[in-house]
Structure formats: structure tokens, C-alpha cells
Write a protein that binds this ligand. Structure first.
Ligand SMILES: C[S@@+](CC[C@H](N)C(=O)[O-])C[C@H]1O[C@@H](n2cnc3c(N)ncnc32)[C@H](O)[C@@H]1O
Length: 297
């Protein structure tokens, strides 16, 4: 970018798109638009009616600094401090995983299972009790709580730093106890012994250690390892969670889990003698991504 040129919104977007493309971004135009709208404090769509305007020096300086960090690999969501998930806006910091679009399938399936339980139990039933294990930013717990106003959701994480972000997101979406509560716990271990749930949801860490080493450096360098790695083989946390969940579910309840398509061949082993035939949901790429498990009678 030369200082003498007039850097209009349109030119800034064109130049930055090319620059970020060369730096390895797989969504350079979108990145440029998100960063510029954040710097101008406007909505992305408003850039389209401001193509010929020249932003102030302050806006351009802010934009340049973010573009530089993006070119170095920093994820856009951490640079702007928020990310949309299930049509809701969530604060994100490097203490939490950036919510992924495939996790929206977990929310859809959780809402379907909640509806089925309600229908089964009738209109006089108690509020549904849900747990979201490994809540991170709180995106799953909050999306579900927003769509199930008469439910009680317990959002759990082992990381106190992640819980602080999730609590701020709950505040932002006007969710209070008893509809949404938080607990720091290693999976379900630290909870009161009498706590039982109708639905246990989780997008747990499920990347194996070798897969982690092969992940894009932007993920490894910026996102919390604890949110990604499930153990040497990837499924260790899932197996522990399923054992604990079997003790915490009411008889007609179920577990809804996101997992890696790489772990699909382990599904039968997870089911064992405890769970019924799994219901598997595929993501938009046609890969197995979500599994729902009900206990055998
Ligand atoms: C894959 S992230 C999911 C975050 C969020 N639910 C989402 O879908 O974007 C997994 C989360 O599990 C948490 N976690 C890791 N090990 C845990 C454990 N043993 N007990 C509870 N939470 C754990 C991590 O801190 C992280 O927030």
C-alpha cells in the first residue's frame, strides 16, 4: 500500500484480498471484509455502499495492524474478538476454541432430541435438564438454552479461563440461572452426586496427538491445545465421558456428541453393552460427525 494513493474502501478490499490470498488464507475476501468492517465499526454489508469512501487514518491504521496479524496466521475471530454461531454472536478469546460451523449440527440434533423427549413425556413434564460438557465459549449451551426457554442447562468446562468467556456470553444473551449455570469440572466428575440429566451434549476434544502435530500451524499456534486433543488416540476423553454419562442420564435420556470422522470406526466399541444402536448424523461434507446414544433398557 503506498501512502500517496487514495485508499478507498473498494481499493483496500481488493488489495488486501490479494495480499491475504498470497499469505495462504483460504477466505481472503471474507477476511478482508470482516477486518475492515470491524475497523470501521460498521456491518459488513455497509462496506458495499461505501466503496468510494476513504476511511480515516485511524481506521486505516487499525485495519493495517489486523491485516498484518492475519497474514501471519492469526484467526480472524480472535482478531475481531467474536464469531457467529447458530445465528448468535459470541465473544471469543484465545482461551476458547473458535466455534465451528459443523458444531451447529450438534445443536440441531440436541433440539430434535429435546422435542422428542417433551412429546414423549407430555405437557406437564418438568423442565428438561441438559449438560454441555466442554462448553468453551458457551456457544452450544447458549444456543440450546435460547431455543429451549423452559430448560435448565449446566455448562461445564475444566478451564476456568474458558468459563469466564462463556459467562460473559451468557450475560450478552441475557441468560441467567437457573436456566443457564456454569461448573468447573473434569468432565462430569466434580458434580454433585445426585445431579441427573435428560440430555448430555458435548463437542469434546477429539484430535489424536499425531493428528494434532499435523494440524495447520494457525490452529496449533493460536487455539488452546486442551480444546483439541482428546488423548494419544483422540477418543480417550469420549470413552471416559460415555462411562460417566451412563451414570448421570435418566433412563429415557441420551448423549449427543460431536466426533471426528477419523474416529468413526471406533463407534461400535463405544456403544458396547451399555448403549443402543447409535444414530449418526453426517455434516455438510457427508462425513459422520454427530452421534446420539441412548442407554439400553
Ligand atoms: C472442542 S472444544 C468445544 C468448545 C465449544 N463447546 C465449541 O463447540 O465450540 C472442547 C472444550 O472442552 C474443554 N475440556 C477439555 N478437557 C476437558 C475435561 N476433561 N473436562 C471438561 N472440559 C474439558 C476444553 O477446555 C474446551 O473448552
Amino acid at each position: 500500500m503506498s501512502a500517496a494513493e487514495t485508499w478507498t474502501v473498494g481499493k483496500l478490499l481488493t488489495w488486501t484480498t490479494e495480499y491475504l490470498k498470497k499469505s495462504g488464507s483460504d477466505s481472503p475476501r471474507l477476511d478482508a471484509e470482516v477486518l475492515l468492517s470491524q475497523s470501521r465499526d460498521c456491518r459488513r454489508i455497509e462496506l458495499y455502499t461505501a466503496f468510494d469512501e476513504e476511511p480515516s487514518e485511524e481506521v486505516k491504521a487499525k485495519f493495517r495492524a489486523m491485516v498484518k496479524r492475519r497474514a501471519e496466521g492469526a484467526p480472524v475471530a480472535y482478531l475481531v474478538g467474536h464469531k457467529e454461531f447458530y445465528s448468535l454472536d459470541f465473544e471469543v478469546t484465545p482461551d476458547v476454541l473458535i466455534p465451528r460451523p459443523e458444531t451447529e449440527h450438534l445443536v440441531v440434533e440436541a433440539l430434535d432430541q429435546a422435542k422428542a423427549l417433551r412429546t414423549q413425556r407430555g405437557s406437564q413434564a418438568q423442565p428438561l435438564r441438559l449438560a454441555d460438557v466442554g462448553t468453551g465459549s458457551g456457544c452450544v449451551a447458549i444456543a440450546v438454552a435460547k431455543h429451549l426457554p423452559d430448560s435448565q442447562v449446566l455448562a461445564i468446562d475444566v478451564s476456568e479461563e474458558a468459563l469466564e468467556v462463556a459467562r460473559r456470553n451468557a450475560l450478552k444473551h441475557a441468560l441467567d440461572p437457573p436456566q443457564l449455570e456454569f461448573a468447573q469440572s473434569n468432565l462430569l466428575e466434580g458434580l454433585e452426586p445426585e445431579l441427573q440429566f435428560d440430555l448430555i451434549l458435548s463437542n469434546p476434544p477429539y484430535v489424536s496427538e499425531p493428528e494434532y502435530e499435523a494440524l495447520d500451524t494457525t490452529v496449533r499456534q493460536y487455539e488452546p491445545r486442551q480444546a483439541l486433543v482428546g488423548g494419544p488416540r483422540g477418543y480417550e476423553l469420549i470413552v471416559r465421558l460415555l462411562t460417566q454419562a451412563a451414570e448421570r442420564l435418566v433412563p429415557d435420556g441420551c448423549v449427543v456428541l460431536e466426533f471426528s470422522p477419523m474416529l468413526a470406526e471406533s463407534l461400535d466399541a463405544w456403544v458396547g453393552d451399555i448403549w443402543q444402536e447409535p444414530r449418526v448424523i453426517k455434516d455438510l461434507a457427508g462425513l459422520p460427525r454427530i452421534v446420539t446414544l441412548k442407554k439400553r433398557a
